[in-house]
Every structure is written in C-alpha cells, then in structure tokens.
Design a protein around this ligand. Structure first.
Ligand SMILES: C[S@@+](CC[C@H](N)C(=O)[O-])C[C@H]1O[C@@H](n2cnc3c(N)ncnc32)[C@H](O)[C@@H]1O
Ligand code: SF4
Length: 380
C-alpha cells in the first residue's frame, strides 16, 4: 500500500491577500475549539467510512488559510485524535503552514509539543514595497525574524516566495532568490504569480493597472529559478518545489505520486478508498455551512464521487508528470490497463518536453512549464 496522508484545512486568515483564491476567510471572532472539534468529527467519519482497510498515516499537513492562527491546543486536539484513530508511521511528517504575521516563538514551541515537525513559512517577497503590493501584513524584517524562530524550533523548514511580479527584472529576482537560498532552509516553494479569477488582482489586471511579465519573461525567470536552486543544492523536484535530496515534502509527494489522502475541513479535497471504492471527496467551502453540515451529518462533504479507471489514469498522469522523477511507465500502464502512444512520447522527447529513461517517463523542466499541453498530447 502506498503512503497515506491527511490534509487538514484551517480556513481563516487575518486578512485576505489580493492575489489569493485559496479557501480562506476573515472572521472578527469565533470559538476555535468548535472548529477543532468539528475537524475531529469529520476525521472520525472518514475513519469509519474506510471500513476494515485502515492505512497507516505517513503525513499530516495543516494548510490554509493560516493554520498558524490556531492555538497549540487545537493542533494537539486534532493530532491526538488522528493518532487515536489511525496507526502512525514512525517519524511521520507533520507540517504546519505559517504566516510571518502570526508567528511567534511561543506558538512554534506549542506546535512542536503538539507533534508538528515541519513548518512552511509564507515569506512571499524579500522587499518591503513588493510585500505591500502583495497585501501582506508583515515586512521583510518580520519575515526574517519568523524564519529564524522557525529554524530554531524545527529541523525541517520551508519557505514560500512568489516571483514574476509586475516589473520584476531577472536581476532583481536573482538577488532576491540568492538571499532566500542563503537562509539555508532545505526546502523552498517558488511560485510564479498567477492571476486567479475573481480576485482583486484579476480586476486590476483587467483594468490594465497590473501587468505581469509576459510568457517569455516569465519563462526566463523560471529557467533562472531552476539554475540557481540546482546550483545551491536544492533542485526542483516539482514545478515549483525545490529541496535538498531527501528533504522533499513527503505529504506533497503523496499527491503527486497519486497516493491516497483524506482532506478534512472546509473546502478540503481528498482521494481515498472508502468502503472499497476509490473516491474523490470535496467539502463545502463556506466555513459556517461546513460546520453545520458536520454537526448534522458527521461530515462536510458535498462531493463523494467514485473515480473510474480512465479518470484515475488521467489524474495520475496529471499529478505524476509534475514531478521531475516522473513515473514507471510499465507500472502505470498495468495499473490502469491503458497504453500511452509511443510515437507521441517520441515526438515530445524530440522537442525536449519529456524524457523516457530506464522505463521512467518524466516531463523535462521545459515540459513542466507547459504541462497541460504535454498531458493533452499524451492522453489524446
Ligand atoms: C496557504 S498559503 C501559505 C500560508 C499562509 N497563508 C501565508 O500566506 O503565509 C499558500 C501559498 O500559496 C502561494 N500562492 C497563493 N496564491 C498565489 C498566486 N495567485 N500566485 C502565486 N502563488 C500563490 C503563496 O506563496 C502562499 O504562501
Ligand atoms: S496567501 Fe495565505 S494569508 Fe494570504 S489570503 Fe491566501 S491563505 Fe490567507
């Protein structure tokens, strides 16, 4: 059985960043323990629905929203219930996403006592003007202080940066990324700014008030990112994720290797075997509505859909090709009883978009940049 992970979505943020379309909400006040208890109830529902096939938990990921707004107590309540419900892999990875604006040393110590052993910090930019533009509540000094505290409290720390910002030159990004790499975290998530529909940035972009780098400039920044992180010993193992070998985020590897994971909390998605069937789950996004549904039905899922083999084959391809390691083609074809057209693979290899070596098919860095068209060509 492949690794099994649990994603816990904490849907609240102190303020909404204008670029972000994650399921995050700002609330003046709420009773945190009610939310933690509702998450525990949903976990119990998932465990019961799994029936007799009880997988071992290799990873738990608190994502958001801003999980670092949670107390250590709520984190412990949730982790204790996971350990009560499932066997845990020894040394399981337990990650919590933190925002520098809500990070303090006491909080980090509480998370560590609760069982968290990895923190992912949303630094986003290393100059104050851009942090302001991104609507962040912290400045560079606060981000660096939070990073220092995180690195003192945890062996495994990752940081997020957003690049390809308006007017960002290669020279500026080179200097910023060099500084970020010099902090010495073993993992970095380096995302290109994307304009998500129905965000304030989408409105500004439509009005012409916000212009992101064109495709060629963004591709040049992507290439630079690959080269610099590789030279610094943290090569890309996924489109936007870079790590020292062995320090990849095990939780995200579960997604990209098309393993099973439960998603709990408002808006969370999951892919797992329930009562013997492979199922896609999606939860109600609005926190209050999700909580009412959990109180009524024991879970907040609005979608519990069986995934047929052909959909699973496509999803598997979509996820696995994000990884630089790719996947074993024969295993993939046997698992889903499909066959990928060898002449299409050869054509894509010819144009340096994929690589087929020792039976493993992988997208190249160039191919990962245009993954949707690579997948369309392969799955046609
Ligand atoms: C849930 S947040 C991380 C934790 C915390 N909420 C924070 O922002 O500090 C996930 C990450 O996705 C990235 N992200 C969100 N929206 C994005 C966008 N439109 N373009 C690029 N990256 C984005 C940011 O780097 C962010 O840190
Ligand atoms: S980027 Fe993070 S802090 Fe900002 S709105 Fe999204 S989830 Fe919240």
């Amino acid at each position: 059985m492949s690794d099994f992970g649990i994603y816990v979505h904490w849907p609240f943020c102190a303020a909404k960043c204008p670029y972000c379309d994650f399921n995050s909400h700002v609330r003046a006040s709420f009773d945190e323990s009610l939310w933690a208890n509702a998450i525990v109830r949903e976990l119990e529902w998932v465990k019961t629905a799994q029936g007799n096939a009880v997988p071992e938990v290799a990873s738990v990921f608190f994502g958001g929203g801003t999980p670092s707004l949670m107390s250590g107590k709520s984190t412990a309540t949730i982790l204790d219930s996971i350990a009560r419900l499932w066997p845990m892999t020894k040394g399981a990875e337990i990650t919590l996403e933190a925002n520098p604006a809500s990070a303090d040393a006491a909080h980090f110590r509480d998370y560590r006592s609760a069982g968290v052993n990895r923190v992912s910090l949303g630094v986003q930019a290393l100059n104050d003007a851009d942090l302001k533009f991104l609507g962040r509540l912290h400045d560079v000094a606060e981000a660096k202080a939070a990073l220092k505290m995180a690195m003192a409290a945890f062996d495994r720390v990752s940081l997020d940066l957003i690049y390809a910002r308006p007017r960002q030159t290669a020279k500026a990004w080179r200097a910023e990324l060099a500084e970020a790499l010099a902090f010495g975290t073993d993992h970095l998530s380096l995302y290109q700014l994307t304009i998500e529909p129905a965000t304030p940035f989408a409105t500004l972009a439509r009005e012409g008030a916000l212009v992101i780098p064109d495709d060629d400039s963004a591709a040049a920044l992507f290439e630079l990112t690959q080269e610099m992180s590789e030279a610094a010993g943290r090569p890309a193992y996924e489109i936007s994720n870079h790590a020292r070998p062995g320090q990849e985020c095990r939780h995200n590897l579960i997604y990209w290797r098309y393993g099973d994971y439960a998603g709990v909390g408002p808006g969370a998605h999951g892919r797992l075997v329930l009562n013997g069937e492979r199922v896609a789950t999606a939860a109600e996004r609005l926190p209050e509505r999700w909580q009412e549904k959990v109180a009524r039905e024991g879970h907040g899922y609005v979608e519990l859909q069986r995934i047929g083999d052909s959909d699973a084959a496509r999803e598997h391809l979509l996820m696995n090709l994000r990884l630089s390691e790719g996947f074993d083609l024969a295993d993939y074809e046997a698992r889903w009883a499909v066959s990928l057209d060898r002449s299409r693979i050869a054509d894509l290899a010819e144009t340096d978009l994929v690589r087929l070596e020792k039976g493993r098919l992988a997208a190249t860095a160039r191919g990962r940049l245009v993954l949707n068209s690579v997948i369309a060509a392969l799955a046609a």
